[in-house]
Ligand binder design. Structure first.
Ligand code: Z5A
Length: 218
């Protein structure tokens, strides 16, 4: 059985990741592929339990290393129980956030040493590096306004620990994601999140179809 493909979406808050994950999944399913949609933190029962703790605004302050270890504990379980078994069965996995979020939030912005992050990636992620990472780049002012709009529109999700940070924090996140994507153009594509939902979905479909030809799995 040929291995499936692993696609991740990254970007700041409200960039449109969840929306585009769903639309790409519909596209690939329409092409006859067996698609699994998942997310981080989360994607397995244990990882979802960790998600509840790390995103809760009431969680006491803790060291950046503790935070990175929690995300990686969740990721290890997610990989073992959800992502790797699916890929081995030839399924295509689309994940809303993955290792680049740790590299940016806890590393480039949080200040955790690159060596620590490299070690965690070696232990936890290798060899399951995404085949394609879509970075949805968007001015954080626009992204956060969308999140606020969604909240006012009825979703009424509580503000999580990240959304409440300063504008400068979100601008540094944006720069961090761009830096990673520019450093790894063979894995990453950068798309403009300011486009309409449909235009963005078309562009992302184009990248997925061009970079991950369906005849070349494995
Ligand atoms: N985190 C971390 O620190 N370290 C890690 O290793 C990992 C994560 C894995 C997870 O939050 C948090 O965990 C995250 C980083 C940290 N920080 N935060 N917050 P999350 O998963 O709950 O939140 P998120 O990833 O930022 O998701 P989001 O806020 O829902 O944003 P999104 O998925 O990118 O956007 P969306 O839900 O698709 O769209 C947002 C709204 O905009 C919605 O109402 C849409 O209808 C609308 N939308 C979407 N696209 C468009 C376009 N093109 N035009 C106009 N409106 C649009």
């Amino acid at each position: 059985m040929a291995r499936g493909k692993f696609i991740t979406f990254e970007g700041g808050e409200g960039a449109g990741k969840s929306t585009q994950v769903r639309l790409l999944a519909e596209h690939l399913t329409g092409l006859g592929l067996d698609v699994v949609v998942t997310r981080e933190p989360g994607g397995s029962p244990f990882a979802e339990a960790i998600r509840t703790v790390v995103l809760d605004a009431a969680t006491p302050p803790h060291a950046e290393l503790s935070e990175a270890l929690l995300f990686n504990a969740a990721r290890a379980d997610h990989l073992e129980r959800t992502i790797r078994p699916a890929l081995e069965k030839g399924r295509w996995v689309i994940c809303d956030r993955f290792m680049d979020s740790t590299r940016v939030y806890q590393g480039l912005v949080g200040g955790l040493d690159q060596e620590v992050l490299d070690a965690l990636d070696r232990i936890v992620v290798q060899p399951t590096v995404p085949d394609l990472t879509v970075l949805i780049d968007l001015d954080p002012v626009v992204g956060l306004a969308r999140v606020e709009q969604r909240r006012l529109g009825g979703a009424l999700a509580p503000v999580d620990r990240y959304e409440s940070r300063s504008p400068d924090f979100h601008e540094r996140l944006r720069e961090g994601f761009l830096r990673i994507a520019r450093d790894e153009p063979q894995r990453c594509v950068i798309v403009d999140g300011f486009q309409s939902v449909d235009a963005l979905a078309r562009e992302i479909r184009g990248h997925a179809d061009a970079r991950l030809p369906r005849g070349r799995t494995g």
